[in-house]
Write a protein of this length. Sequence first.
Length: 279
Amino acid sequence: MPSRIEPEEAPLLASPTPAKPLSAFKRLSPIVRIYTPPESTTASSATDPTTILFCSWMNASSKHIDYYTRTYMRLYPSARIILVTINTKQFMLETEVRRRKDIAEAVTALLAEDQSTQRLHVHSLSNGGAKRVYGVAGAFKAKTGKTLQMRSHIIDSAPGIPKFRRDIHALAVPARNFSLFPWLAFMSVIYAVTSVVYVAVNWMPKSFWHQLVWGPTFGFYNKELFDEKCVKAYIYSKEDLAIDWRDVEAHAKVTQEKGYRVVTKLVEGAEHVQQFRGK
């Protein structure tokens, strides 16, 4: 009977240093970045997107955005990715004119590809991402006189109408790691701002809050901005504490009535902007 031979120990190898989140992207402006894929000899499908416009949620960290962008790189290795971000100040205080100026580089990047062959897929998350897509479409229309030719649009965890408890939850996210006194000061401001917005949105004419709330909400089914042939895919959950699922379903219904093809997906147990479990 042969004796038992112990395997040799493999030499310890240094763990590779993880890539810095979004390190594959080139910054075009403070809020716009672009990823250009390497040359590939593998032909992509004729239905795969050639460009992906990814509009992140408010105050999203690079680490969390990176989860989504790397997933898209794996699914569509030949596609460019244009990333547009947003923070609380930009969402709440900037005018639409200022927002369109900020996202000018995104429009330039979109136009850098032949529009006759470009297959554009859009993914927006929460009301922050929705506002950015609305801004891009408006800036694109102003520059070219044409609607934004999107093949598909994932509307993730949006849109939502201002509601006091849900808005407090969404706006409080940046303060989660604050110490007690900075947290109290921050939350005092959040409660004051949310109270004003809630009263104004529910009691003032819609024109008063058009840029902050109603423009993006109504704009998503505006055929002068978004191509009617675009497939609108709503993904949402009842566990989302920031966006009411009933608002999402109501918006999807109106969008379908406007003539768009609509797909809805209710995800069980998912929190806000975690419908794909991107943490």
